[in-house]
Write a protein that binds this ligand. Structure first.
Ligand SMILES: [Zn+2]
Ligand SMILES: [Zn+2]
Length: 278
């Protein structure tokens, strides 16, 4: 049943209120579905990987695109076959573990659908709070995985099969890792007490940052160039290369605080070496 109480007070953003009423009235069954979090996570991940799939395809014919690759000298971009294999592996893990487990979690929490949309300020604050909280929880989780060898071997090692990651590899992990990270994200939103619209935006940004972390490109317009508090792809790429550094997923402050922040020198692209020789 839809809640009629104005739990979040007066809505000051007509656009958000209109959007929320449209979603709430027309899609209540979808919003209450226990499968929504995992479906949203999987679909947004695949969709947000699409631009990098195009870049990887262009990389075989365009030198400019290849020059943006962080490991430009270490071989060609991932092939269509590698993308396809990764997609089916991730889908299988979602179908067998992540969907059922998160459905149980969502059934226990029974999501609330307030009558009012959040204000713009509330939306921004909740999303930022969720990102900061998730970043901290992920840092603790990730640091522990690398410090406790049996946890690393049984849960996290599979993700490190990618010495040079690509966008879809953000989800190429063991079922236990996929599940625990999704539960960390859902718990972050629950602890902050997010409005469903704020939570959806948080999951969307969270997924985008994870995809960008693994994309393998240091793009001129990447988010970490605009916001220096973010590590971006070079930060996480260094973690895949040297596993004892850069444990935080998005922001860099926890790695600075714990002395695990590291910037690796960018390798010189093979094309640039050839140009220098010529
Ligand atoms: Zn990774
Ligand atoms: Zn790791």
């Amino acid at each position: 049943m839809i809640e009629t109480s104005a739990e979040y007070g007066e809505a000051h953003a007509p656009v958000l209120q209109g959007l929320w009423e449209y979603v709430r009235m027309g899609q209540e069954d979808v919003l209450r579905s226990p499968y929504l979090p995992a479906s949203f996570a999987f679909l947004t991940h695949v969709l947000l990987c699409a631009p990098f799939f195009v870049l990887d395809a262009l990389g075989s014919v365009c030198q400019r695109v290849r020059s943006w690759r962080i490991s430009a000298g270490s071989g060609p971009p991932p092939s269509l076959r590698r993308w396809s294999e990764c997609f089916w592996k991730v889908l299988y893990k979602y179908m067998t573990v992540v969907f059922p487990a998160t459905a149980l979690y969502n059934t226990l929490l029974s999501p609330k659908l307030p009558a009012d949309a959040p204000t713009c300020w509330q939306l921004c604050m909740e999303v930022v709070a969720c990102l900061l909280l998730f970043d901290m929880l992920f840092f603790i989780w990730h640091y522990t995985m690398h410090r406790v060898s049996w946890l690393y071997r049984s849960i996290h090692q599979m993700h490190h099969q990618h010495h040079t990651p690509f966008a879809l590899a953000a989800q190429d992990s063991s079922s236990a890792e996929l599940l625990s990270l999704l539960l960390l994200a859902l718990s972050s939103a629950w602890m902050v007490g997010c409005h469903p619209l704020s939570e959806a935006l948080f999951h969307l940004i969270n997924t985008w940052l994870a995809v960008e972390d693994h994309c393998g490109y240091n793009l001129p317009w990447a988010l970490h160039r605009l916001l220096p508090c973010l590590g971006g792809a070079p930060h996480h790429h260094a973690h895949h290369r040297v596993q004892t550094v850069n444990y935080a997923p998005f922001f860099t402050h926890w790695d600075h605080l714990f002395g695990t922040y590291r910037v690796l020198p960018e390798p010189i692209a093979r094309e640039h070496v050839i140009l220098l020789i010529l």
